[in-house]
Ligand binder design. Structure first.
Ligand SMILES: [Zn+2]
Length: 91
């Protein structure tokens, strides 16, 4: 992974699994330290859905699909919408 500040090479300083899988990284060029988290697209949409209006999350799902394409994203987003609708019905 490249450094978000200078695009330099980074190395992993620490890897941990708590609620989520995450890594502490350090840039070999500028010394910037940052953390990366491993999330599925459905995880990202779940987090956004807690804080943003439904329409905004739907729009962001389309942007995610365009910016981070994968062969299963349409299925993922359909499944996520089904899960969200199911949770709203059970409230
Ligand atoms: Zn850097």
């Amino acid at each position: 992974m490249k450094c978000p500040i200078c695009d330099g090479k980074t190395k992993v300083k620490e890897t941990r699994i708590k609620e989520r899988f995450y890594r502490r990284r350090e840039c070999l060029s500028c010394g910037e330290r940052f953390t990366t988290y491993e999330l599925t697209k459905m995880d990202v949409l779940d987090i956004l859905d807690e804080h943003l209006p439904e329409k905004a999350v739907d729009d962001l799902a389309i942007v995610l699909d365009q910016e981070l394409p994968s062969h299963d994203i349409k299925v993922n987003i359909q499944n996520w919408n089904r899960r969200r609708n199911h949770e709203q019905q059970s409230i």
